[in-house]
Design a protein around this ligand. Structure first.
Ligand code: HEM
Length: 188
């Protein structure tokens, strides 16, 4: 498409969006499986334990947190393009609320995961070997009992619903409204 008036997100915003999107989708659909290795180890006390998959879960979570902080800083300095004039006010409101909730979850999920870790560790002490990218052990968070884990689980379910809505909205804009929304976030 050669629409020279098309106002798009800048390259850095797009890169941060798509890298974070892949990581979030992996965590939403496979995050529990990645942690499962630790839970099974706790059940089978004395069995050989690998912290490999739980470390991947934790490392992706830390990456999402760091990328989201960078993304918010970048966004403040480089505001996104204005919405197309064809969008109805309610659509703009729903879009803004969805994006805000995503940012809350992309920061809140890693943090509540960290808060959930002490309880996880209490049940499966071998998980003290979990590291961030094999570089350093995860610093131990203050203990909040089951609270962190419960909020973390509710948050990940909410993220799954939001991602589905967000993708459906992108498809609606592309194939029903035929507007520029998807192209604004696409490199070509
Ligand atoms: C295949 C999956 C996805 C598609 C097709 C998609 C598509 C889009 C599009 C087209 C926009 C730009 C909307 C506009 O023009 O204002 C956007 C923005 C956004 N997306 Fe996605 N997205 C996907 C996955 C995700 C995921 C998994 C997340 C995070 C959990 C996410 C978070 C966001 C956020 C926060 C914005 C707003 C960016 C900003 O203005 O700061 N997206 N997405």
């Amino acid at each position: 498409m050669t629409d020279t008036n098309l106002q798009k997100y800048d390259g850095v915003a797009m890169l941060l969006h798509w890298v974070t999107a892949v990581l979030m989708i992996v965590m939403i659909f496979f995050g529990e499986d990645l942690m499962g290795e630790g839970e099974e180890a706790g059940e089978a006390a004395g069995a050989a334990v690998s912290t490999f998959l739980p470390s991947i879960h934790v490392s992706i979570g830390v990456t999402i947190l760091v990328l989201t902080v960078l993304r918010l800083l970048w966004r403040v300095m480089n505001p996104p393009p204005p919405y197309p004039a064809t969008m109805k006010p309610w659509e703009v409101t729903v879009s803004k609320v969805t994006h805000l909730l995503f940012y809350v979850l992309m920061i809140g999920l890693p943090l509540t995961g960290w808060l959930a870790f002490p309880e996880f560790l209490r049940e499966t002490p071998a998980m003290s070997g979990v590291t961030v990218f094999g570089l350093f052990p995860l610093p131990v968070a203050p203990a909040f009992g089951e609270f962190g884990g419960e909020v973390h689980e509710i948050g990940s379910n909410a993220a799954m619903v939001l991602v589905i809505l967000h993708v459906l909205a992108a498809l609606k804009h592309q194939f029903i409204d035929h507007d520029t929304i998807l192209r604004r976030m696409s490199p070509h």
